[in-house]
Design a protein around this ligand. Sequence first.
Ligand code: ATP
Ligand code: MG
Length: 576
Amino acid sequence: MRYSEMFLPTGREIPSDAEVVSHQLMIRAGMIRKLASGIYSYLPTGYRVIRKVEQIVREEMNRAGAEEVLLPLVQPAELWQESGRWVHYGKELLRFRDRHDREYCLGPTHEEVITDLVRHEIKTYRQLPKNLYQIQTKFRDEIRPRFGVMRCREFGMKDAYSFDTDEEGAGITYGKMFNAYNRIFRRCGLRFSAVEADTGNIGGSFSHEFMVIAASGEDSLVFCNVCDYAANIERAEIARPLQEKIDEKNLLPLEEVYTPGVRTIEDVSSFLQVNPQDVVKTLVFNADGQPITVLVRGNGDINPIKLKNYLGCDLLELATDEMIYQATGSTRGFAGAVGIKTEIIADYSLLELAMGNFVMGANREDYHIKNVNMGRDFEVKAFADLRLVKETDHCPRCESTLKFARGIEVGHIFKLGAKYSKAMRATYLDKNGQEQYMVMGCYGIGIGRTVAACIEQNHDEDGMIWPMPLAPHHVIITPVNINDKSQLIAAEDLYQSLRGKGVEVILDDRDGRAGIKFKDADLIGIPLRVTIGPKRLAEGKVEIRTRKSGDVETLPLKEATDFIIKCINKEMSCYA
Ligand code: ATP
Ligand code: MG
């Protein structure tokens, strides 16, 4: 392409609403423009990178035996009512009515549509397994769109759905997708990890997220320092401690103490001069309209996702003042297990180190109780892993220490089991003529988010540094002065020669200062830049600069094409 003909509006100014580097650079390098909150247009350079990611995804999905389809964006409410998600999906689902007053939504994901398609076409085990994917626009009415295309409302996703006869087959398909995802993200030049994850709105029994490690990531991850355990903090397990009982003779009598206005764990522990781990936090939650009391040691926090999964409820929030008053007869900040009028469940931390004689709220405004003991003073219905993992915890598999990192979720694969096939009656006849539910899996990749994540990992103060497989163009040729005939002719020759060999090349034919052209080339992140200047050209030579290393190679113009092709192939093969 000739730069002068391209639609490539670059800029030096950092947009005020762009908090992360990828968002800033995508705007500055003319890749995207915002149309409305969370809704973006891709300009030619941005769209070229998008298509490169899509192509890698396509090749690897096809290699893994999946077939491409294209499903509608607009979906009828009936299908979502059948699966139950019309009610459960929440406000991210954008709903509307057509002129006949029929209800529809914009697809945030396509489990319903694909299950409907497959249930009508697949009748027997002979037609299974099947794995179908699409690369298509999704709409999710995100509460807080931010970071440009990283968390937007309209975005491109590759989503695949698999149908197997049984769990074993579904496990094999899941493994194939796991491997395909590893290949995809490696080919995109990313440093990433697959971590165990919560299944959220999609559901199912088990899932892995593919996380690009980056400080700007919205997710917190834990990794074992020794074994290969890795998980999203939302899911990271904490092993049940060995249960020790406090010796009965050490139990002290209950003692109510006056603690005026002292509500938080920090305040209670400093007021009463006790360690936070000797205070028990009593939290009343509203789970689908029912109050439930949850206990955790004062030096830990409840993980609401673990709690919601444990309770199996749809709605979970901290109880209102009204609900707290009904359960405790007191105000927020003074709840305790002794005499509370709800069921009580407790985190495993209450079993650690023979916990006893602890402090908790007295269910009376401005009072706490000392020397509370489980069993003697109140009953716990069940103990469970409900706590958020922290730095001092140990690996649930091998008990080694853990390390933490931030990550950007670029892909997510799920074992769905029969969640959708049961709800929507997607069945097949097995070898014995018996009707069985199909066992499903689903597998998503955010295309735009992958591009943004790649920029988060590959940039410097001058701009983006594309790994060759995603680079919008491989080479930019920069004649220092296009008014110098010999420079222009040399540049034109090299341009035609590279184009003839299929190299994606820009000829910067703008009549402007070389410094500005170099700055743009760096900002856009083109991996190789050929500088054609008067001094070198007089010797028949050009300079080739590598964006990533800054290394400059000076070589005869006539060798430039072969050299460039070699560089491209060499870097491409690193990611293959
Ligand atoms: P998140 O936890 O980040 O909201 P999710 O768990 O809702 O993501 P999935 O339903 O697993 O996402 O969707 C599959 C993939 O689609 C994600 O791994 C991510 O790459 C991408 N994705 C999801 N939501 C968005 C969004 N709002 N903007 C851009 N990409 C998204
Ligand atoms: Mg997810």
